[in-house]
Design a protein around this ligand. Structure first.
Ligand code: ADP
Ligand code: ZN
Length: 820
């Protein structure tokens, strides 16, 4: 028997190599194995087994990691699609599906094999020593054996394994799935009876017993015996338990990333008619017994607050009830705690969390538990699409337009929505993508019948649930403020007069205010007033961004947002020595300072990636704002997402224009998404609220559509423009980037590659692909590397790449989300 193995080797093709599967090793597809590759030993994933080898000489697989297979046949098919579509190696695609942090947790064991003693004649002294060590123990860890042999020991061991003198096995270090349990005290009798019993004890020596009973009778969140003993005294707890009024209940406590969230079970809402229709359509697809010809793909389209999450929850519930599992993808866990909290409280103890913020150990454990089927619901950021969930019934992609779903910084440069589509195709699961501002590509696919459009037309805020009342469409009033008028009137402050008035009214009425600062392309930098020099990064062609002194006393710094280089923000100009270095350009800090100009006594809180680095920081900031400790929140893109606070009565957009001038074919889409989401932040409570958008371009179609929260108006103009300029979705792009520390080399290689493409075109007559460039990337230099790119544009741009493949050192990004 032979195995087709995808090996961990930087290849330019998505291909497998054939190895002999030794009898007795019981290799199956999806197994992780060690194979010889040239002089080395490397990892591979078995893709398939064949009776006949297509090549004459094959070498045997050296070892198989026990406890496999790790990748199901369906997921192997997805991996193959990823490798081919995104042009990565098969192994890179598979590696996403292996237990995370796995490399460090794989243990290799060596045993003495039954090789013929007589054949040891040609062995060197070190080989013999290795055999001796290996014989002494039943088995020995490979790294330990290699260390005892001294320098190059690992190669010695590999050679002996290859020649059959030693046998190797690999297994994962056992995940630490020692489940923890808590003893929760719960009432064993109805609450009225407990209160009556409490009355019997009141006042006397058993007063604390009465207090405990009262507490238990108020339907509290679960509390452990030991915590109650601390609070009410051990004697009271014992007495109540002994009397049979309360009992202990063992609950499973995960070493759980959800532990920061107080979870209380919540029950479904009665769905509105629109929600009911959506749920019904999704559930029908989830529970369909025969495969339907139509793809079970849905776009759930509704403004923020229209009840999309409730639809996901109820569809998920039906899916779980049908014995299938649910995968929920969110753009970024830290930014969507409310979604997470709602899933956790609807499915207490049943939600696994998978995201990049977990420690390696947590992620490794979660992987095994998900694989073991411990959780009916798995929630995570884009990488969770690779989680080993079997019996998948439903995949939800919340905020499907978000760019974080595309992995852009390493291979494979996949989009989680596209991977999810393949996964659903293979597993028969239904796919629900939801958004208030869908990706233009997804919305167009509803028009082409590739996705089914489910609309939620209205907000579900309390008091506006009536679907017939036209006033209940429910988005807040948005007012555009023409900043040119402000300038003409001589008001040159960052905050316009109407915005200042609006803030005053809101704050006086006890409301909360959010000021939104789109920081894309608008970071604050420092410039010398004497010589004009702007402080730039030494390794990147970009200016450094000013970061204010932080609360913990560290001084202000200048930071490069491309490479993280940072220096203390000195007073003197390093170029001319002048002392007039000033901060330019708006940032959240500048906005916060501007607020204090007019409202010196309000507590302003900033929310951006500097102020909040960890998930805990995000929660803290949100809680401080929710609780009213801070009444004005100044934030970047982060405030646009998932912040659902009824007390917010005013949202000010400091500059709606930032982002519009960005030279990228999706700049308009991006700007619209952010502005429309921010506009959706106001008026979520009974008090209603308004949004004020400051702009110098009040007639711009993006600004007007965003102010009206009218996605379809935006869509019609934008799709028309895309069609006119033949941008995606009317064509496809592949972006190729070459980087080199030497600027001449970088440009030269890029020019050569473009020449090769054009030559290939003239030879083959392949004219459907347009070759754009090479052009310098923006910024040209990052981390000391010069970057040039070439864009291939056409209905099948990979056709040209197949004819003239680029070599090593090129980064290939298929269907890039941006050309910046
Ligand atoms: P979205 O995900 O579209 O932003 P949500 O599902 O979060 O919308 O719903 C917005 C708010 O309305 C939430 O506070 C939610 O609890 C509430 N809600 C959702 N559906 C209903 C319903 N059918 N009846 C009453 N309230 C609802
Ligand atoms: Zn830099």
């Amino acid at each position: 028997m032979f195995a087709e193995v995808a090996v961990d080797f930087p290849d330019t093709h998505a291909r497998t190599f054939t190895y002999l599967a030794p009898p007795g090793m019981a290799v199956v597809p999806g197994d992780l194995v060690w194979v010889p590759f040239g002089p080395r030993t490397i990892q591979g994933v078995v893709f398939g087994l064949v009776e006949q080898s297509p090549v004459e000489e094959t070498r045997p697989i050296m070892q198989r990691v026990v406890d496999g297979p790790f990748i199901s046949p369906q997921r192997l098919a997805v991996a193959r699609w990823i490798a081919e579509h995104y042009r990565s190696t098969l192994y890179a695609a598979c590696s996403m599906m292996l237990p995370s942090g796995s490399q460090t947790r794989l243990r290799h064991w060596i045993t003495r094999a039954r090789a013929p003693e007589a054949a040891t004649g040609d062995l060197k002294p070190r080989d013999l020593r290795a055999l001796e060590y290996a014989s002494a123990d039943r088995r020995i860890r490979k790294d330990r054996l290699a260390r005892r042999l001294g320098r190059g020991g690992a190669a010695v061991v590999d050679r002996l394994v290859r020649r059959g003198y030693l046998a190797a096995t690999a297994e994962w270090e056992r995940p630490r799935i020692s489940a923890q349990y808590l003893d929760i005290v719960v009432l064993a009798v109805p609450a009225e009876q407990a209160r009556a019993e409490a009355d019997d004890h009141r006042g006397g020596r058993s007063q604390r017993r009465a207090e405990l009973l009262d507490w238990l009778a108020t339907d509290p969140p679960g509390e452990t015996r030991s915590r109650l003993a601390k609070r009410f005294g051990p004697a009271a707890v014992k007495a109540v338990l002994d009397s049979g009024l309360a009992r202990l209940e063992r609950v499973h406590m995960d070493r759980d990333p959800l532990r920061h969230y107080a979870v209380q079970q919540q029950f479904p809402f009665e769905p509105t008619p629109a929600q009911a229709g959506a749920i019904e359509a999704i559930v029908a697809a989830v529970t369909a017994t025969e495969a339907s010809a139509d793809p079970a793909r849905f776009l759930l389209f509704g403004i923020t607050g229209s009840g999309k999450t409730e639809v996901y929850l109820q569809a998920a519930e039906a899916c779980v009830a049908a014995g299938k599992r649910v995968l929920v993808l969110v753009p970024e866990i830290a930014l969507t705690p409310q979604t997470l909290r709602r899933f956790a409280s609807r499915f207490p103890g049943k939600v696994a969390l998978l995201h990049s913020g977990l420690s390696d150990g947590e992620r490794f454990d979660q992987w095994w538990r998900v694989r073991g089927g411990d959780y009916p619901v798995v929630l995570g950021s884009r990488g969770a699409v690779f989680a080993p969930i079997d019996n998948l019934g439903l995949v939800v992609i919340d905020e499907e337009h978000e760019w974080t779903y595309k992995q852009h910084d390493q291979s494979p440069r996949y989009h989680a929505r596209d991977v999810a589509e393949q996964l659903c195709r293979e597993t028969g699961a239904a796919l629900v993508a939801g958004s208030a501002t869908p990706d233009l590509i997804t919305f167009r696919r509803t028009e082409r019948g590739e996705y089914r459009l489910l609309r939620l037309p209205r907000r579900t805020t309390p008091g506006s649930l009536s679907e017939t009342d036209p006033a209940s469409i429910g988005h807040a009033g948005v007012r555009i403020i023409d900043m040119r008028d402000e300038l003409r009137a001589g008001h040159i402050h960052m905050l316009s007069r109407p915005l200042i008035d609006g803030m005053r009214d809101s704050l006086n009425a006890g409301g909360r205010v959010i000021l939104f600062m789109n920081r894309r392309g608008a970071a604050s930098f420092v410039q010398c007033r004497d010589c004009g020099a702007v402080r730039g990064c030494r390794r990147c062609d970009t200016s450094l961004t000013y970061h204010n002194a932080s609360g913990d006393g560290s001084p202000a710094r200048l930071v490069c947002h491309y490479c993280n280089y940072s220096v203390q923000a000195g007073r003197a100009c390093p170029a001319c020595g002048g002392a007039q270095v000033r901060r330019m350009g708006p940032g959240t800090q500048a906005v916060a300072d501007a607020v204090l100009d007019y409202f010196p006594r309000v507590n302003v809180i900033r929310w951006d990636s500097d102020a909040a680095r960890t998930a805990k920081d995000h929660i803290d900031i949100m809680e401080r704002f929710e609780s009213g400790e801070s009444t004005v929140l100044v934030g970047t893109q982060m405030v646009a997402k998932g912040l659902d606070i009824p007390a917010v009565t005013l949202v000010g957009v400091v500059s709606a224009d930032t982002g519009l001038a960005v030279p990228d074919f999706r700049a308009g889409e991006r700007a619209f998404q952010v502005l429309a989401q921010v506009a959706g932040r106001a008026g979520r409570g009974r008090q209603g609220g308004q949004v004020l958008m400051q702009t110098f371009q009040p007639e711009h179609y993006v600004i007007r559509a965003a102010a009206l929260q009218d996605y379809e108006a935006f869509y019609r103009t934008e799709i028309e423009l895309r069609s006119r300029y033949a941008s995606p979705p009317f064509t496809r792009l592949i972006r190729l980037m070459y980087t080199d520390p030497d600027p001449v080399e970088a440009q030269g290689t890029a020019v050569e590659a473009a020449k090769a493409f054009r030559h290939e075109q003239s030879v083959s007559g392949e004219t459907s692909v347009e070759v754009i460039g090479p052009t310098p990337a923006f910024p040209l230099r990052v981390r000391g590397m010069y970057r040039w790119h070439i864009v291939l544009k056409g209905p099948r741009p990979e056709a040209l790449l197949d004819m003239a493949p680029v070599g090593r050192g090129w980064i290939t990004d298929v269907d890039p989300v941006s050309l910046l």
